[in-house]
Design a protein around this ligand. Structure first.
Ligand SMILES: NC(=O)c1ccc[n+]([C@@H]2O[C@H](COP(=O)([O-])OP(=O)(O)OC[C@H]3O[C@@H](n4cnc5c(N)ncnc54)[C@H](O)[C@@H]3O)[C@@H](O)[C@H]2O)c1
Length: 309
């Protein structure tokens, strides 16, 4: 089947492309390489270096005729969204609209795309469920929330089915330092370089970390459940503190890692954990990777990177 993955040179997108290729699909990757890496793109995929806002996208879709579109390309950094809200809006909303227009004019069967846990803002009743209408505390969260509205209207008005995933904090090999969920990739890199960790706050803040292969599986499940549409959390519904991560990395490193505790950052959310019951019920999705193994894989990736330099 012909499938397009935007952002397929990025962290999550490149793993998704690998899986789709392994399943025998013909994959077109659209990525402008702002944060993506060309070497991450599976050599069996067709790679087109292109901005998702480019009006030519519609012709590319006409020629390729994708059956499914996985739209992973985005401005993914909360801080950048606060420094430059116009760019965040341009990439995450104008870019989305351009992709949606290309989808509807080329007869795409379904678009599958991530929103984020950032849409929940500081909602404090955990676990967070999809029916909570959060109040995002960043422009990134706001564009993701607005994105969900566009998908709903495109489905209602133009009959373009969608699944929109609120990913929790995704981690794994190939993750960059800048985007969401970066604490594990930052720690894995520092540990592989034998450097100290810096923690903002007391380290007791918790997040719901999910391994990238599980996120890929959720995307495959969304494609396989053709008639299911809507918004779904993709998470483990498990809270892990930053101090627990440090403990894991110390074990992997074979010695205590020096850690500096700095002032808590303004606006940081203390706890985040997402319910995964809806995805389990409708998509049969269950995250299977345990944290210790996922961290080992991630740490090993950064060690290998270190060795290759
Ligand atoms: N990593 C997480 O924990 C997490 C959590 C929630 C949601 N998400 C979402 O998942 C998606 C993938 O995130 P990621 O962590 O893999 O980030 P990433 O930065 O590794 O990947 C994003 C990709 O999009 C590409 N891109 C950016 N702007 C583009 C543009 N204008 N035109 C074409 N390509 C463009 C980048 O080059 C990159 O390859 C994003 O939509 C992100 O918001 C990620």
């Amino acid at each position: 089947m012909n499938i397009c993955v935007t952002g397929g040179a990025g962290f999550i997108g490149s793993h998704l492309v690998d899986r789709l290729i392994a399943l025998g699909h013909t994959v077109l990757v659209i990525d402008n390489l702002t944060t993506g890496v060309e070497a991450f793109v599976n050599p069996k995929a067709i790679f087109k270096k292109m901005d998702i806002r480019d009006k030519e996208l519609i012709n590319v879709f006409h020629d390729f005729q994708p059956v499914y579109v996985f739209h992973e390309a985005a401005q993914t950094m909360v801080n950048s969204s606060m420094d430059d809200p116009a760019n965040d809006c341009d990439v995450n909303l104008m870019g989305l609209i351009n992709v949606l227009e290309a989808c509807r004019h080329s007869g795409v069967k379904k678009i599958i795309t991530p929103s984020s846990a950032a849409v929940y803002g500081n909602a404090d009743s955990l676990p967070l469920t999809e029916d909570i209408h959060g109040e995002p505390s960043s422009f990134y969260g706001l564009t993701k929330l607005t994105m969900e509205g566009y998908l709903t209207v495109y489905e209602q008005a133009f009959n373009l089915p969608y699944i929109c995933f609120r990913y929790s904090n995704v981690y794994g090999p190939r993750q960059g330092d800048g985007g969401e969920g970066g604490v594990i990739s930052i720690f894995a890199r520092l540990a592989s370089e034998g450097k100290a960790f810096t923690v903002f706050g007391d380290g007791e803040q918790t997040r719901d970390f999910i391994y990238v292969d599980d996120v890929v599986q959720a995307n495959i499940d969304a494609m396989n459940h053709e008639s299911i549409t809507g918004i779904y959390n993709v998470s483990t519904n498990t809270a892990t503190s930053v101090n627990e991560l440090i403990h894991h990395f110390s074990k992997l490193n074979g010695k205590e890692i020096d850690t500096v505790y700095a002032q808590e950052r303004l606006g940081d959310i203390k706890h985040s954990r997402l319910s995964n019951i809806k995805a389990q019920k409708d998509l049969n999705f269950v995250a299977t990777m345990n944290l210790a193994e996922g961290l080992t894989n991630t740490y090993q990736y950064f060690l290998d990177e270190q060795g290759a330099q």
